[in-house]
Design a protein. Structure first.
Length: 284
């Protein structure tokens, strides 16, 4: 599925953790791995012509160290990687380099020690997901990817259909135990206020699940199908915890232009609280 993987590093623990998960997947996939560090452009006082070269060297140094550390980690795991150091705006540069090298997957880490911090994905990761024309795997710090159990969130949208197709690929290639989850976003008070509206939301989720079942049958993929009610992000995360999932796959709901940059709140919250890596799939 993934011939070439691009991993973005910046010297943080979360980036190194993401690199380890990327290498674990790459070993199974026999992928080529490029490790990329992007030095942001100098935006200081442009009148300081005489010191700009020195400033650039100072700015570049931590990223050179980050790249060297990443290479050392990969070498210690017996997996050679191809390092890349470039200057540019990090999100767009990461996506452009992924395109240039034909990457099938971009991997990045999530900073933050607790879910409240992790929920604030930061402009880099969220913008990479928004710009990207390929799949993006986001790895919470100290999470471990596992392919024995995979959860895919499905709401019937084009974006979610791409996630479902990718989940089927994992099930076929690795024999992953796959659960397809459709969540009816029904607030608990809605049954008392408007039972008909609540029933409509449940029926919409049911139709989505039936659509997923038909896709699975057409692709000869065995999976479990779960229809649950509640806050979708909470349900996805809690289901992943209960089932000890090693990977969550979902769509971003992005399309083109500015809408691609406005990642769905459910996807953001799942990434922020997930106990395992999350692949945000592109639409097929």
């Amino acid at each position: 599925m993934f011939e070439r993987i691009l991993v973005a590093v910046d010297g943080s623990d979360s980036a190194i953790s993401a690199l380890r998960q990327a290498l674990s997947l790459a070993r199974s996939e026999k992928s080529t791995v490029h490790v990329l560090a992007v030095v942001p452009p100098y935006e200081g006082d442009l009148r300081l012509v005489g010191v700009r070269g020195h400033v650039r060297d100072v700015m570049k140094e931590p990223f050179e160290k980050a790249l060297a550390e990443a290479v050392a980690v990969a070498d210690s795991l017996g997996f050679p990687v191809k390092p890349i150091l470039v200057e540019g705006e990090p999100p767009q540069t990461i996506v452009d380099l992924a395109d240039a090298h034909g990457a099938d997957l971009i991997v990045a880490g999530v900073r933050g020690q607790n879910p409240a911090e992790r929920l604030l994905l930061g402009s880099m990761v969220s913008r990479v997901i928004g710009y990207s024309r390929t799949h993006v795997m986001v790895c919470p710090r100290n999470s471990e990817i596992g392919l024995a159990k995979v959860i895919v969130a499905f709401d019937g949208s084009e974006s979610a259909t791409g996630a479902l197709s990718l989940a089927f690929d994992f099930a076929r290639e690795y024999g992953s135990d796959l659960d397809v989850l459709s969540v009816a976003d029904v607030p608990s008070h809605l049954y008392g206020v408007s039972p008909a509206a609540a029933s409509d939301l449940v029926e919409k989720a049911r139709r989505s699940l039936e659509k997923a079942e038909r896709h699975a049958a057409d692709n000869d993929v065995s999976a479990g199908f779960l229809l649950l009610e509640g806050d979708p992000s909470d349900i996805v995360v809690e289901t992943a915890r209960q089932k000890n999932a090693g990977l969550i796959i979902m769509g971003s709901h992005g399309r083109t232009g500015i809408r691609r940059l406005l990642m769905g709140s459910v996807t953001e919250r799942v990434i922020g609280h997930s106990p395992c890596p999350v692949i945000v799939a592109r639409a097929y």
